[in-house]
Ligand binder design. Structure first.
Ligand SMILES: CC(C)(COP(=O)(O)OP(=O)(O)OC[C@H]1O[C@@H](n2cnc3c(N)ncnc32)[C@H](O)[C@@H]1OP(=O)(O)O)[C@@H](O)C(=O)NCCC(=O)NCCS
Length: 145
């Protein structure tokens, strides 16, 4: 198991964040380093990241949770998520592939229906799920009260 700590991102981390997000293949929009927390090893190497992303004033998303493929399944995402969930407001939202629903249920998130979604997530969900249906997949919108 690797030793790691959390720290806020700095401007110098911006390209490493974008690189990791691209490599793990999740939403590459709105990756402002100012909102990110990083997991780093003893030599300062970034192992994982996550952010609290605002959509307007009252809607905050737990987003960009990513861990280096070589360091997954060592509890790094769990620590990042616990930290951001403790910092974040309620309700707190996230989107994920359906297979990750049970992963986020551990922190108390539950999948919500279209009627309960803020407008941003309702639009995104319609758009993404229209395409995801062709791949036999679904994007969930989840909420933590
Ligand atoms: C999903 C991801 C962030 C998990 O990171 P990780 O550091 O490997 O996760 P952890 O080791 O902290 O796992 C935490 C818990 O979730 C479980 N878990 C991990 N990956 C999982 C997965 N893909 N599906 C379901 N459960 C999973 C673990 O078993 C663990 O449970 P436990 O603590 O009870 O043993 C990582 O696989 C990743 O970067 N994936 C690509 C990007 C992505 O899909 N991000 C999520 C966007 S919504």
């Amino acid at each position: 198991m690797v030793d790691f700590t959390l720290r806020p991102a700095t401007e110098a981390d911006s390209s490493s964040i974008k690189d990791l997000i691209h490599r793990v293949g999740i939403n590459p929009m709105d990756l402002d380093w100012r909102r990110f927390v990083l997991a780093v090893d003893g030599s300062g190497k970034m192992l994982g990241c996550g952010q609290l992303k605002p959509h307007g004033k009252d809607v905050i998303e737990l987003a960009s949770i990513a861990v280096e493929p070589s360091h997954q399944h060592q509890g790094i995402a769990r620590v990042i998520i616990e930290y951001l969930v403790a910092q974040g407001p309620r309700p707190l939202y996230l989107t994920c592939r359906s297979r990750l629903g049970s992963f986020y249920e551990k922190w108390g998130f539950h999948a919500i229906e279209s009627a309960e979604m803020p407008a941003y997530f309702r639009r995104l969900s319609r758009l993404v799920n229209a395409m995801a249906a062709f791949m036999n997949d679904k994007m969930l919108v989840m909420k933590l009260m």
